[in-house]
Structures are given as C-alpha cells and as structure tokens.
Design a protein around this ligand. Structure first.
Ligand code: G1P
Length: 299
C-alpha cells in the first residue's frame, strides 16, 4: 500500500551572492516578494499540497529562516495589547504553517548533496523537494498534480516548463517521450545546464520534484558533475535510465504562472506581477505602473 506523502525538503543553504549587498547578513530566502519573504510562499505551497512536515537544509547565516517560522512573543504581546488583530494574524501565519525542521548542509557541495542531507529525516518514503527560487502562483496547481502522478506510477516526478531555447542553459534539460496523459511525459534523458546547441529539448526542470527514497542511494555515489557540484540532475538521469529498478522518472508539464526570484531582474518582475495582482495594491499600483511605462516612449 502506498503511504501518503507528507514531507517536503527545501534546500536553502545557498549564499545568495547575486543579491549582494542585500544578502551580506541576511539569507536570500528572506527577501520580501511584496510583503512576504520568498521562502514563505514556498512553504505555503507545500502545505497547500498537504505536505506539513518541512525540512529546510540551511547553513551559516540562516538563523533568520528559523526565526521567521517560530514565535516572537514580544511582538505578539505588543500587538495583542494594542488589539491589532490584523497584524497579529500576519505575525502568526508563518508560525502556525507547518511542522518545521532544520539541518545544516555543512560543505556546500551542490543541490544533490543538499538533498542527501535529508536522508535521516525522510527515511524510506517518497518526498517532495521545493527550490526556493521558484514561486508557483497559488491559483495554479502543480505540486498536487505531481503527487498524484507519483502515487499512480510509483516513479519519481519532476516539474517541466517549456522555455525559450535561449534560456535552456540555465536549467536541467530533459529528453522526453509522450505518455497517455497530455500533461505528463516520460523522461529518457537529463542534462544539467546544457548549451542550447546540445540541449535535448527546451523542456526545463523547474524547482519542484517528488522523489522516491532510492534517490538517496544514488546520490551517495553520484560524482561531482557540472560546476564540480553533486547534481540532483545526474542522480535523476541515472534513475531515468533504469526504469525496471527505479520506476523511472516522469515530468509534469506546467503551463501556469511561475515567478523566478533567483536573479535580480526576474525578482523585480516577480514583485511587480504579484503586486499588480493583489486586491489591496493592484487597483492603485496598476494605473500608476501603466502611466510610468507610457512615459518610456518619451525617453
Ligand atoms: C537547479 C537545478 C537545475 C534546475 C534549476 C531549477 O539549478 O540544478 O537542474 O533546472 O534548479 O530552478 P540552480 O538554479 O539552483 O542553479
């Protein structure tokens, strides 16, 4: 009998050097996207999909992450005394969200190495991995769909997005063949960050995975790959090639809204899009934005 998946692993040990100096003393995961740290969107997504046990893989300088998901009694007390229930609710949202656990990565040896640090906590059940740079719009369903496919196929599942071939070098790229489901493909090959000339397709792996625990055995012997790092992509490539032994790897093709907060330009776009969509900010922000953009013609 298959067990319901409850565990989500969120690698968050990266140094965030693209956002220096903002990330000199603060984790990049705490950068606000409108008014909420990027990492909270990701934990909320896991919880919406029923994954209430969250393990974060952290490192030095990441204490703010633990504090964000913990109580802050002086602030609660002050807001309570003022009777400011709206703000109190905002403070408590992240505290009450999930059952949070933390482990440090130690040496930063790549995403595959970070995921391997989850082994003791996850044990022998399938689990999800959510990368903090990707935010999936809460109106679009991705993780739930991936969990369904994992249960149905007893395989490992990655999220795929069709990207402009010019950007495929930023992602893991998948060679795929169709299945009986329109939004699901079987993965026959994976390459980490290929040049566009050698990319097997323009299907990019985005930061959501539902993995069988066998991935840990494979990561134990995965050699450093691209950039000298232990790549999750390489371990998944091995699993894709041995369908008998591993159940194979499938991709759920996502066609919804995804925001990338991983580099400066994409981060700015994410903030603008999410702010424009908000009921409390959009009505004032959008006309201002339209006027501001119209002004570009005059430059
Ligand atoms: C990681 C993975 C890559 C994947 C990407 C998705 O790369 O190694 O395969 O496509 O996440 O965001 P990173 O962006 O951490 O360098």
């Amino acid at each position: 009998m298959t067990q319901r998946i409850t565990k989500a692993v969120i690698p968050a040990a990266g140094l965030g050097t693209r956002f220096l100096p903002a990330t000199k003393a603060m984790p990049k995961e705490m950068l606000p996207v409108v008014d909420k740290p990027a990492i909270q969107y990701v934990v909320e997504e896991a919880v919406r999909a029923g994954l209430t046990d969250v393990l974060m893989i952290t490192g030095r300088n990441k204490n703010a992450l633990e504090n964000h998901f913990d109580r802050v009694t002086e602030l609660e007390y002050t807001l309570e005394a003022k009777g400011d229930t709206a703000k109190l609710q905002k403070v408590n949202e992240s505290t009450d969200l999930a059952d949070m656990h933390y482990v440090r990565q130690g040496d930063p040896r790549g995403l595959g190495h970070a995921v391997l640090r989850a082994r003791m906590h996850v044990n022998e059940q399938p689990f999800a991995v959510l990368l903090g740079d990707d935010i999936i719009d809460e109106r679009d369903v991705l993780l739930t769909r991936m969990l369904e496919e994992q249960e149905k196929r007893d395989a490992s599942i990655v999220a795929l997005l069709e990207v402009d071939p010019e950007s495929i070098h930023l992602y893991g790229a998948a060679a795929v063949e169709p299945t009986e489901e329109a939004d699901v493909v079987r993965i026959t090959g994976l390459v980490e960050k290929p040049a566009k000339e050698v990319a097997p397709s323009n299907y990019a792996v985005i930061g959501r995975y539902v993995l069988k625990p066998l991935v840990f055995d494979i990561l134990e012997h995965t050699h450093p790959g691209k950039g000298g790092e232990i790549q999750l992509t390489d371990a998944l490539m091995e699993m894709a090639g041995d369908v008998e032994g591993t159940g194979g790897v499938y991709g759920v093709v996502f066609r919804g809204r995804r925001y990338d907060t991983g580099d400066k330009l994409d981060y700015i776009k994410a903030v603008v899009q999410l702010a424009a969509d908000r009921d409390d900010l959009g009505p004032e922000f959008k006309p201002w934005l339209a006027e501001y953009v119209a002004g570009f013609d005059r430059i």
